[in-house]
Design a protein around this ligand. Structure first.
Ligand SMILES: *[C@@H]1O[C@H](CO)[C@@H](O)[C@H](O)[C@H]1NC(C)=O
Ligand SMILES: *[C@@H]1O[C@H](CO)[C@@H](O)[C@H](O)[C@H]1NC(C)=O
Length: 420
């Protein structure tokens, strides 16, 4: 759906969210909808409250606690490092930023490899400047105390059109936080998670141009693109390149500079139950799914569930698929059927072939970068398969070009300080 679901390898948590708050200015809608990630978010990803004391650097070398101060020409920016163990399963050469990272082991190791680690924050959405100031000062204190390299914002609730006051509250707190962080250290990185298109996806009519101007990057979530299905209620691709390209083009149309856009891709897919009793598990291609509404649309990918790349591939590797792995030639993505518990399922996902085409296009289009939701969805013990995924993104060559530093980089620089 229209959020980063909290998805650990093999496990998906579905949490029912509270009805839309009247604080959004929108009446609660009588639709059942899946939780925004906010409801699913483990505290681990969040910037902790400041403790008020600065600990000594716990890394082997005190310099590893300093924020990363290089700017990479192309970011390979992705989420997630759950169960991080000494970098196991991580190809640091392919990564420039780990968002929602937590834990000092991760930070020491990432910094050793020149990789930023940034935390998630949930700001108050309000016109109350005292609350905003408190949030900003807590954020600054905690980023420093915990040796982070910046923060990412990920609000995903619907608003009542482009002029909903929530939009300006959001922009205000993002702007003030970024300005304060950059004054402290221009190398701190700030980003905002954005829908696959700026055009009101799932009711997110946010001021994306303003949010892009105020920060370093918009992380454009080109996944869960079937959060609202307006045509046939069937299983299909999570993140086809055609939709990613359309979304990026919409951002460029509202004059967000290409270098501020990071094209986010899924390292997970969707598993759907095929409800037609006549469905042929060996060769069936059209998998009718049950209608599960999302934000006023009767059919959505909430009928399915998210499955990490590693777990999808293990079904095929263990020979549990009932069909061949087929490929939709128009969208260039794989899918297959399998049976479990007497039910038919179809799984759609992205693989090194579909992702390579997207990475390549992102780089050729001069985007600020690309990267997955999530870095930790590969099976480190399956070296052959996970290295194909790493190799595909390593081609982006993110770390080959280091722009001297944020201080000297003309495009990613301090112009942010003069904003507003
Ligand atoms: C959506 O579902 C509701 C409830 O079943 C139904 O009344 C409505 O006609 C459906 N809308 C569409 C477009 O199918
Ligand atoms: C499972 O997928 C693999 C890879 O496409 C294929 O070789 C195998 O024949 C498939 N199994 C079945 C039962 O179709």
């Amino acid at each position: 759906m229209n959020r980063h679901a909290y998805l650990t390898v093999g496990i998906m948590f579905l949490v029912l969210a509270a009805p839309l708050s009247s604080a959004t200015g929108i009446p609660a809608k009588k639709v059942s909808w899946r939780a925004d990630k906010k409801g699913l978010l483990s505290k681990d990803f969040m910037l902790p409250a400041p403790s008020g004391t600065q600990e000594d650097c716990p890394c082997s070398d005190a310099s590893l606690c300093k924020p990363i101060d290089v700017a990479y020409e192309v970011e390979t920016f992705g989420f997630g490092a759950t169960n991080f163990k000494d970098g196991e399963g991580f190809n640091w050469d392919a990564i420039t930023t780990v968002a929602w990272g937590s834990g000092i082991d991760l930070i020491c190791d990432a910094h050793f490899h020149g990789v930023r680690v940034i935390a998630s924050v949930s700001p108050p959405l309000t016109s109350d400047q005292d609350l905003i100031s408190q949030f900003v000062s807590d954020t600054l204190a905690s980023v420093q105390e915990n040796f982070y390299d910046g923060v990412t914002f990920d609000w995903e609730s619907p608003v009542d059109g482009y002029d909903d006051p929530m939009n300006s509250y959001y922009l205000d707190v993002v702007t003030q936080t970024t300005k304060a962080l950059k004054e402290l250290n221009p190398s701190y990185q700030v980003s905002v998670c954005a829908a696959w298109s700026p055009n009101g996806i799932d009711g997110r009519y946010y001021d994306y141009k303003g949010l892009a101007d105020a920060t370093d990057y918009l992380y454009v979530m080109c996944y869960d693109t079937r959060s609202q299905i307006f045509d046939q209620c069937i299983a299909s691709a999570n993140a086809p390149i055609s939709i990613c390209q359309k979304g990026i083009s919409d951002y460029l149309q509202i004059k967000v500079p290409a270098e501020k856009l990071i094209l986010g891709v899924p390292w997970y897919g969707y598993k759907y139950e095929c409800i037609d009793p006549e469905f042929n598990p060996e060769v069936g291609k059209t998998c009718e799914i049950s209608q599960v509404p999302f934000r006023g649309v009767n059919c959505s990918d909430a009928a399915g569930s998210e499955v990490a790349y590693a777990n999808i591939r293990s079904i095929v590797n263990e020979g549990r698929n009932s069909s061949e792995v087929m490929r939709d030639t128009y969208m260039n993505v794989p899918f297959f059927n399998y049976q479990d518990d007497g039910k038919n399922y179809q799984i759609w996902y992205d693989d090194p072939e579909s992702l390579s085409a997207i990475y390549k296009w992102a780089v050729e289009s001069g985007l600020g970068g690309t990267g997955p939701y999530r870095w930790d969805q590969l099976d480190a013990s399956n070296e052959a398969e996970s290295s194909e995924m790493w190799d595909a993104i390593a081609v982006v060559g993110s770390k080959k070009t280091v722009v001297e530093s944020f201080k000297e980089s003309p495009s990613k620089n301090i112009e942010v300080l003069d904003f507003h």
